[in-house]
Design a binder for this molecule. Structure first.
Ligand SMILES: Cc1cc2nc3c(=O)[nH]c(=O)nc-3n(C[C@H](O)[C@H](O)[C@H](O)COP(=O)(O)OP(=O)(O)OC[C@H]3O[C@@H](n4cnc5c(N)ncnc54)[C@H](O)[C@@H]3O)c2cc1C
Length: 395
């Protein structure tokens, strides 16, 4: 396949890792996926346990905890390969948002959580969004107030993923109500009477529960503070820059799988006594999608390569998510069209991929916020803030 050719950003190790993960996904994860009941879209936890057994759940973590210290390009490869199986397979490999604990947690916190993540026993969620604070995250109301030996955490996080599955949440909040600084703290949400969950059904990404969690004055140990107090925004920016590229590659993996399936189908489906692939409109639609996916992959791996080589990649990460998710959505939509009526049914993956990919035009920063990040880099922060009429508090 076109996408299996060597990439300038990959070395032999990356090539071998791709093969290892592809083999695992095809021979181990896929049968587990298909063993679910029909129409059950929930993530099969047994697949993550199987990934743990072959050392894939902690690829991004330190060998001190049983991880492999994989670079960002390697992690991108993992997400792309998982996307070929299912967008909901994004928690199959690696530590996910647990990477924030690895980077910013105290030694005790790491000791407690990282081995559990690597063994496939625990998963970490992130709580940023609130009912009245989405894109404008600095206007959030959740409070993290010092109270003797602990921090009292109080607030409600809405429209967030993994509300039932995550064993703990990285909660972003403020130490002073009028401040724009944020802090990030790890809240253990398992069997915690201070936590109230409300599920909300979604259009896609149904592999993971979604909704709100309310934290009623939970007394969280001081050592659960991640990084420096009031400097949580830099944790958010650093983590989500990379995460956005991972989600872009996840969607491109789903798009590549769709192309693979539709290329085969178009050569065996006959219409007017001819395989439909012989119609130029079909052939060209596939050629255009393949070209777009190829281009977007290069941008994503370039962005990860920049990070691996010590460059800031926040703008390239925003470009990657903005461009790649749209390309993936259009490619899957085009593939569904070529599949005809079959593509519209839930007997094939096209409709699910479309529902799932759509979510990433909103999740982890909307398309418009990605354009804002890119514009800031082009025009400078001052001019950007003046253009959108933003006051000094954000400078
Ligand atoms: C599938 C999915 C999973 C999610 N998972 C999580 C999670 O695990 N944790 C979590 O904390 N959150 C999660 N979210 C929430 C997500 O991060 C927010 O939805 C997102 O940040 C946007 O916030 P909002 O929905 O409140 O939209 P708003 O911020 O209210 O924006 C509404 C519209 O206005 C536009 N807009 C806003 N500000 C500007 C601006 N300055 N310039 C131009 N346009 C603007 C937006 O782009 C959007 O189109 C998830 C969302 C989805 C869809």
């Amino acid at each position: 396949m076109l996408f299996d050719k060597p990439m300038p950003y990959w070395n032999d190790h990356h090539q071998r890792l791709q093969q290892e993960i592809r083999t695992f996904v095809e021979h181990v994860a896929t049968p587990i996926w298909h063993s679910r009941l029909p129409h059950d879209e929930r993530f099969p936890w047994a697949a993550r346990v199987a990934a743990a057994k072959v050392g894939l759940t902690g690829i991004d973590l330190s060998p001190a905890y049983g991880g492999r210290n994989a670079d960002f390009v390697s992690q991108g490869i993992a997400f792309e390969e998982c996307g070929r199986l299912d967008i909901d397979a994004r928690e199959l490999i690696g530590s996910g948002h647990g990477a924030i604990i690895a980077r910013h947690g105290s030694p005790d916190l790491k000791e407690h959580w990282l081995p559990r993540i690597i063994r496939g026993e625990a998963l970490i969620g992130v709580g940023i969004t609130e009912e009245e604070a989405g894109s404008d995250i600095r206007s959030m109301k959740t409070m993290i107030s010092s109270n003797g030996n602990c921090y009292a955490v109080h607030g409600k996080k809405s429209y967030i993923s993994r509300i039932n599955e995550a064993a703990a949440f990285i909660i972003f909040g403020k130490t002073h109500p009028d401040d724009t600084h944020l802090s990030a703290i790890l809240v253990d949400t398992q069997n915690n009477p201070a936590i109230e969950r409300t599920e909300i059904p979604t259009m896609g990404v149904r592999g993971w529960s979604y909704g709100s969690i309310t934290i009623h004055d939970d007394c969280v140990p001081k050592e659960n503070m991640l990084g420096v107090i009031d400097e949580g925004f830099s944790i958010f920016e650093e983590h989500f820059s990379n995460w956005r590229i991972f989600m872009a590659l996840l969607c491109l993996g789903a798009a590549a799988a769709s192309m693979h399936e539709v290329i085969a189908y178009s050569q065996t489906r006959y219409s007017f006594n001819s395989p439909i692939a012989k119609f130029q409109s079909i052939m060209f639609a596939i050629a255009e999608s393949m070209s777009a996916i190829y281009t977007a992959r290069l941008l994503c791996y370039q962005s990860l390569w920049l990070k691996d080589n010590g460059y800031d990649n926040a703008t390239e990460a925003a470009m990657s998510k903005l461009v790649a998710v749209k390309i993936a959505f259009d490619a899957v939509n085009g593939a569904l069209q070529i599949m005809g009526a079959r593509g519209y049914t839930n007997q094939y993956f096209f409709e699910k991929r479309l529902r799932d990919i759509r979510g990433f035009m909103i999740a982890d920063g909307t398309n418009e916020i990605m354009k804002s990040i890119i514009s800031k880099d082009i025009f400078g922060k001052d001019m950007y803030n003046t253009m959108i009429g933003r006051g000094r508090k954000y400078e």
